[in-house]
Design a binder for this molecule. Structure first.
Ligand code: NDP
Length: 258
């Protein structure tokens, strides 16, 4: 799984997502994160088809939406997503939210898709430790990924530690806090030191914390700069300074109440 991907939430399924995915692939991204609820899987599929690179070079994630939760409904939703994307298989299929009373049956369907070879890996999103513990009681197949809100204001240390201990890769959604963390003075000072911009510092911090990151941008220059992360390294002290900005502050919903 590539450490860096393009998130495409809020992009329309036409020109916007097609151009962004094309620009990202040109800039070297090999990982695209979409979801049924983003309603742009068709556009992502068209862009992938037009990109002219081998399917095996790309890592494509989509997610089953809450309304489709349940065993049979998830299998149907998957087939719809797969067709829209125009792919034979998905690299990663995620349970989008831990909807109470429904996520176990949904995960059971994901396990079936995995066993049948339609998805290379399965995982979850927005799962707290207690949801992961519940899954562990019911299934042999560990989710390979837990995609959660993660940025300098929400570092989720106990969850991160739990995931590490159980071989679950943490993946950051809203890694830039939807742009709201980019004028934070500690981050700006570090950016100045390296001649980088604040987004690059935050994304580099993700990587050094071993968190997969999927920043969204539909502007070509930002898509390019958000991937320009591999020619510098933060010191351990700088990583700790950014870790210390945590305030357990969410920009999205809390999985326990959504
Ligand atoms: P991000 O934290 O990635 O921030 C995106 C915002 O930041 C956009 O407004 C973008 O604007 C702006 N931006 C991007 N790059 C820069 C930059 N270099 N400098 C300044 N501003 C920048 O937010 P998202 O909520 O989109 O999260 C990323 C992805 O995570 C989503 O697209 C989606 O794939 C996934 N996600 C998953 C969820 C889940 O429940 N599993 C929930 C939410 C998101 P512009 O486009 O104009 O550049």
């Amino acid at each position: 799984m590539p450490w860096l991907g393009l998130g495409v939430w809020k992009m329309d399924s036409g020109q916007e997502v097609e151009a962004s995915v094309r620009d990202a692939i040109e800039a070297g991204y090999r990982h695209i994160d979409t979801a049924a609820i983003y309603k742009n899987e068709e556009g992502v599929g068209r862009a992938i088809k037009d990109a002219g690179i081998g399917r095996e070079e790309l890592f494509v994630t989509t997610k089953v939406w809450n309304d489709d939760f349940g065993y049979e409904t998830t299998l149907r939703a998957f087939e719809e997503s797969r067709k829209k994307l125009g792919l034979d298989y998905l690299d990663l299929y995620l349970v989008h939210w831990p909807v109470t009373g429904k996520y176990l049956e949904t995960y059971r369907a994901l396990e079936k898709l995995y066993q049948d070879g339609y998805v290379r890996s399965i995982g979850v999103s927005n799962f707290h430790i207690h949801h992961l513990e519940d899954l562990k009681q019911h299934f042999e197949t560990t989710p390979v990924v837990n995609q959660v809100e993660y940025h300098p204001r929400l570092t989720q240390k106990p969850l991160h530690t739990y995931c590490r201990e159980h071989g679950i890769q943490l993946e950051a959604w809203s890694p830039l806090m939807q742009g709201k963390i980019l004028d934070e003075p500690t981050i700006s000072a570090i950016a100045e030191k390296y001649g980088k911009n604040p987004a690059q510092i935050v994304l580099r911090w993700d990587l050094q914390n071993e968190v997969v990151t999927i920043p969204k941008s539909s502007r070509k220059e930002r898509i390019i700069s958000n991937a320009d992360l591999f020619d510098f390294e933060l010191t351990a002290e700088e990583v700790a300074q950014i870790d210390a900005l945590n305030q357990d502050q969410r920009v999205g919903r809390d999985p326990d109440t959504f």
